[in-house]
Design a protein around this ligand. Sequence first.
Ligand code: KIV
Ligand code: ZN
Length: 394
Amino acid sequence: MNTNVSNDTVRIFDTTLRDGEQSPGCSMSPQQKLVMARGLAELGVDIIETGFPASSESDRQAMALIGREVRTPTLAVLSRCLAGDIEISAKALEAAAKPRLHVFLSTSPLHREHKLRMSPEQVLESVRKHVSLARGYIDDVEFSAEDATRTEIDYLIQVARTAIAAGATTINLPDTVGFTTPEEIGDMFRRVIAGVADVGGADKVIFSAHCHNDLGLAVANSLAAAEAGARQIEGSINGIGERAGNCAIEEIAMALKVRNAFYSFGTNINTPRIVPTSQLLQRLIGMPVQRNKAVVGTNAFAHESGIHQHGMLRHRGTYEIMRPQDVGWPDTQMVLGRHSGRAAVDARLRALGYLLEEDELKLVFEQFKNLCERQRVVGDADLQMLMQDAAASD
Ligand code: KIV
Ligand code: ZN
């Protein structure tokens, strides 16, 4: 049990419709975004980022559609630190029951020099000016220090202090390029939170993690950030997002649920809605997840090898750490194929109503093995055919 953090809830900020949608092959029409937003609300995410209204008419329309209908989660939109963007975002948010304006600016030396061409002082001044401008429109303002994990820590603390003084209510410290490690990001959050303690710290504002998956560490890094005090995790369904994607919400939710004895905080995610929401997104954008994707891949609760199937038939806990129904799958799948053993074939035949004696089973199992030389998976219809053939040769 981790005793360093209090027992509470980590808010899930869903950016499927913004960071996810802006990645190659994932774009959605306003109507598709509305359908997805309905699914996200049912899933129980706390905040939905609907898009980047200043970037397109389509995102403005999406925000209007979603705002009219999706009233329970907070609705956020992204905005650069530009007065024009903030004005457009504030206007788009008029449709929302619970609006959040999310402004961002890069803070790392690399981005300051090559992307923004701004000095550290100019960045601080822009943060102050634009966060307070956003607060003039909306009470709930999130500030993101883009590329936070590659920013000098003392400067990052200055940025956070500036944003808090200007009225930010959430401070997001993104790992924009998926570069950090769990230990490093934990250290960053602890130091920034300590660095703003005298101005209210984590009691006054919510700290947020937004991790990209370039090194496959987005979920691990988000968990480490939460252990260090972050109480909002940003991510997307199926982990879609720029390049290798964002932290996968289904993985975070299940990590916190399955390991709840270790983590003293959880999420509001209605976990049986995970698979339906994942499949909704796969259909909407036409991008299937890989079969072995954690939680939502079709192999996540499927077993083919004889040893595993035998173990599972005796006790599910042998090879499953969560129940498929807890994430929205109907059941575990025992896939019959070349690696399967007699016990699994017998169990499937019994489920189909064939109660075989030992010698009969031996013969049918031989036929089953022959069939596996010709096809990868043996389904119920194949088994029934084998039984018919066996009966005919009697
Ligand atoms: O990855 C990132 O830094 C972002 C910010 C705009 C929040 O997506
Ligand atoms: Zn991002």
